[in-house]
Write a protein that binds this ligand. Structure first.
Ligand code: NDP
Length: 282
């Protein structure tokens, strides 16, 4: 039976490190959070980020813009925050109103203040193994893997999902550890080859957003399974992997919720500290 790979204990350990790091900085880091319009999802992220920020000694500045804000107005607002010396990190809350394209506006956040690690300059550094600010979800997955003590060198790692936010950057981070990385996506499924690839995975990471996509019986005996997916099924939240069946075969498996999720926002705060250090050259 698999051991549960929970995010919370690891997050607590990293938070304690963040608190110490912040104490060693000359000033408390300032996180500017932009929320455009009223949205229940965005409001709930803001609430939990603000609470975490306060507990770590981070100054959380919330900027609420109206639902009608144009893309250009938001870009101008971001550019103003880029020039404010006391602001160390900028985050734009999702979801955004329809008139705003997140991919476009995220490129206007200064790479030094891009604590989500989504700016092309920060993404590009991953290719060279030089990134200090990593996209939060891939960074969370790497922390979970690290906590198992697994040596990734030469391991068969299969990543399902190739989004810019999870699968693509994650596959580069895994390559950097000399894992043998296979990236599966919709083309793999359409070619009928997903099962074949999943079955050989010593480490399986799934980030798709389709409940039950990965059958429990596909899991290799002793594999480590990280399920990034979040799906609402009835009144329950489940991942992309059939948890019960997969647990019988895996050595470690993340619960959903409670696996990757609790670590993601912690990674955001770690990026903020890193960004502050880069800006102040500590
Ligand atoms: P995207 O929708 O951007 O990406 C999903 C990926 O899955 C795409 O690469 C897509 O390929 C691929 N895909 C779709 N259908 C299949 C299939 N049948 N077989 C194989 N691959 C398929 O989602 P995200 O990457 O943003 O998120 C993925 C999941 O992770 C979601 O459930 C999301 O809620 C969750 N998530 C959880 C986080 C956490 O903190 N726990 C953080 C971020 C995301 P293609 O694009 O070619 O169709």
């Amino acid at each position: 039976m698999a051991k549960l790979l929970e995010g919370k204990p690891i997050a607590e350990k990293i938070k304690a490190e963040i608190v110490q790091e912040i104490k060693s900085l000359q000033q408390a880091p300032v996180l500017a959070s932009i929320q455009v319009g009223e949205n229940i999802g965005a409001a709930s992220y803001v609430k939990s980020q603000a609470k975490l920020a306060e507990s770590l000694g981070v100054v959380y500045q919330l900027h609420k813009l109206s639902q009608e804000t144009s893309e250009n107005a938001l870009i101008a607002f971001i550019q103003k925050l880029n020039t404010e010396k006391k602001v160390n990190g900028i985050i734009v809350q999702m979801p955004l109103p329809a008139q705003i394209d997140y991919k476009k506006i995220s490129q206007f956040i200064s790479p030094e203040k891009d604590i989500e690690g989504m700016h092309p300059a920060n993404m590009g550094k991953i290719v060279f193994g030089k990134a200090k600010i990593l996209p939060c979800t891939p960074a969370a997955v790497m922390e979970l893997l690290n906590s198992t003590g697994i040596e990734l060198y030469g391991k068969e790692v299969v990543v399902v999902g190739h989004s810019e936010i999870v699968g693509k950057p994650l596959s580069l981070l895994l390559l950097d550890k000399f894992a043998t990385v296979t990236v599966c996506h919709i083309g793999t499924s359409k070619a009928g080859k997903l099962e074949e690839h999943v079955k050989k995975a010593e480490v399986l990471i799934v980030a798709v957003g389709k409940a039950g996509l990965i059958k429990g019986e596909w899991i290799k005996e002793g594999a480590i399974v990280i399920d990034v997916g979040i799906n609402r099924v009835g009144d329950k939240i489940v991942g992309d992997v059939e948890f019960q069946e997969a647990s019988k075969r895996a050595s470690w498996i993340t619960p959903v919720p409670g696996g990757v999720g609790p670590l993601t926002v912690t990674m955001l705060m770690r990026n903020l500290v890193e960004a502050t250090k880069i800006q102040t050259q500590c």
